[in-house]
Design a binder for this molecule. Sequence first.
Ligand SMILES: C[S@@+](CC[C@H](N)C(=O)[O-])C[C@H]1O[C@@H](n2cnc3c(N)ncnc32)[C@H](O)[C@@H]1O
Length: 339
Amino acid sequence: MVEAFLNVPRHPFVPVFYREAGGVHRPRRDGEPVWLREVYADQVLVTEVDGVPAEDAGAGGVNGVPTSSSTLPSLMADMLDALDVRPGDRVLEIGTGTGYNAALLCHLAGAAVVTTVDRTEQLVATARIRLREVGFEPAVVAADGAEGLPAGAPYDRIIATCGVRRIPRAWLDQCAPGGLIVAPIGGAVARLTKLPDGRAAGRFLHRPAAFMPLRSGPDHPTRAPGMRGERRDSRIGARVLDDPGFSFWAGLHLAPTVVRHGHVLHDLADGSAAYPDGSSTVTLTGPRDLWRTVEAAHRSWLDQNRPRREWFTIEAGPDAQHIGYTAPDGTAISWPSGC
Ligand SMILES: C[S@@+](CC[C@H](N)C(=O)[O-])C[C@H]1O[C@@H](n2cnc3c(N)ncnc32)[C@H](O)[C@@H]1O
């Protein structure tokens, strides 16, 4: 693993990336004094905002939501470690992005057995060129990663570098029995082993993992709705969601149709939204008080002595997914997730 990072440079994959200040993303280019230092720092490098690659951004920048990036290197390392790639393993990556992670996979498995997909022709064409420049020619394909890539199946290893609520059935079908799936779910990284009966089961890594979501089907709104509605006091403020342990727990209690924009919660099903602030008040809109669910989840999280992500199990089948937790007193709790 260390050897892969020592041998595969990051800079050819990020000649331009965005730096955000005051909500505006401005390009940082190869040649600027801090560029190289930032490339080799342990930080996320955003490379596309609202579909605009950093290369195409003018000096005025872009105001929008990141849609592609080079992941935090230390998180990439933990995910690759969990993926346990051996030479010759057939690997599928969902979320090519810059191609840097694909290059590390090529180093570990061999380029001939690596396939990587992303959602646009432009993204994959750029990544393909950069991979070739560093000496790798894996299959780089424009496709909806939610469908996997049946042509190359079965895969021994499947890794997603965009978040999902539920392991898609296609990934289960395309993973070889005994193979591994590593994917971000609910702000954590799940590592599952494919079972002979078609399901996959596993646990979560200890570290938090904020990933941009896998975008599939009709586009989800990427921005929070405008703040309006009734304001009320709350026992807890927005900050509780900054605790990755609680954030994971809260996600288990919120409906799968609830999306988060920073601290703002928005239920796509009925339009309800909650805008908590730092001073323990919350503004609510729509038919349901979403923040009540978070308050109740916070109480139960404290009652359960703040369970940590790595204590949870996950079981994914073609038709259902469950996340489970066994409390110290032996009580087992299970949540259907991502339905
Ligand atoms: C964090 S970036 C990937 C980082 C990348 N592995 C790297 O090393 O640069 C997440 C990527 O997931 C991609 N993505 C989102 N939805 C997708 C989908 N339905 N199918 C394939 N890729 C998708 C985004 O376009 C984005 O490039």
